[in-house]
Write a protein that binds this ligand. Sequence first.
Ligand code: ATP
Length: 448
Amino acid sequence: MERYKLIKEVGDGTFGNVWRAISKQTGEVVAIKKMKKKYYSWEECVNLREVKSLRKMNHPNIVKLKEVIRENDILYFVFEYMEFNLYQLMKDRVKLFCEADIRNLCFQVFQGLAYMHQRGYFHRDLKPENLLVTKDIIKIADFGLAREISSQPPYTEYVSTRWYRAPEVLLQSCIYSSKVDMWAMGAIMAELCNLRPLFPGVSEADEIYKICSVIGSPTNESWVDGHYLARDINYQFPQLAGVDLSALIPSASKDAINLIKALCSWDPSKRPTAVEALQHPFFQSYFYVPPSLRPRSSVARTPPSAGTRVLLDQQGVRRSSGALSNSKLTNNLSSQKLNASLSAGVQRKLDMVNEDANKSDKSLKTTKQAKYRPPAKNSPNSLNKGMTVHGVSGAAEKLENMTIGARRQSLGQPHPPGVNWISESGNFLIRPGQEIKSGRTYSRKVAG
Ligand SMILES: Nc1ncnc2c1ncn2[C@@H]1O[C@H](COP(=O)(O)OP(=O)(O)OP(=O)(O)O)[C@@H](O)[C@H]1O
């Protein structure tokens, strides 16, 4: 470690503290993650998921692991350094991102995901804090929970950040797939559009409630397996009609809404894969120009390995004042509010405290507006912890309250039909917007 000079702590995660550091030999700026747990042998280290999965990945939209160092039983990961995480970019922002920026960011993340999923890994903990940005490049980081797709379920130890947690995980399915990452991306994309979380549940039960209140409760048609999962844990979905997503995210285009809806489908099998998402109409008015084909001027500011896109309207017409060129996007993303975010040194620290069923219960009863606070990364089993088949424990009671409350609040409207923009032939279909009235909206802005 004497080869590096630690400059400043830039992140405090569940498993480690991340430092900006500089290589004394090369002057290169790196990020060093110092793991909190001690490692007494190398075997222990090389078996870590973060090491096993990251070692195999080499993609411009996946943060590069440069080196692993064990010194005095302390484990250090040396990563390429990224300036911001996506949460920092959203947190202090007043003005919404233009759709071109959102498109560019999401396109890159889907590319990283497509690469990762195709190589047999899924991330399992995608959230704005794990998406790192430098200029107009975004990369997926934190592979602490990454899982090999070929690894055998049941996945019992799964924990992920609640607001981005897929319903099958909330309902304790142990055979989830890479589609959990696609759900998270739907929630992240909506958050990018609105600068506030889409499903800011204050507990696991509230998380499901929030999902139902936004996308409507699952029906047998929209997610038959979900009903089996719910039955297995003696859980009853609240009966909610959901809201018109375009009313909830007024700034988003029809295509953006359509993609978010598809990503946030109850049924994992109805969510697009990352490759399919990249072909969605949301991305289709733009096309990807590989670095090798870019005119010199547009690549000049971008390292060749960065793999960024030059976003060009097919008609050659720029549809928004937003960034279509790399340099413009850079200005939009990094020069304005972003520096302010950085100087504020904002970090959304994960709340590791397990959910307290009573607290959750209270929050459900009072239907408090959710704060833009860190969601807990909690026990995978807390939804039915201690719950018997007949469900009279605290957790069961919590769910019962939720269900009763939900029935009372039911809008009594027909459930929106499932989102289906991929036809059987694989073509994309755009569904017209839905007419269902908005239930609740978030009154709180993203704030510290
Ligand atoms: N390569 C990097 N460059 C710059 N900052 C980074 C880098 N990697 C991580 N960070 C910062 O540190 C924070 C925590 O990192 P990371 O998520 O890897 O830690 P963790 O302990 O696994 O966290 P989590 O609680 O999310 O599991 C990130 O949100 C980010 O702000």
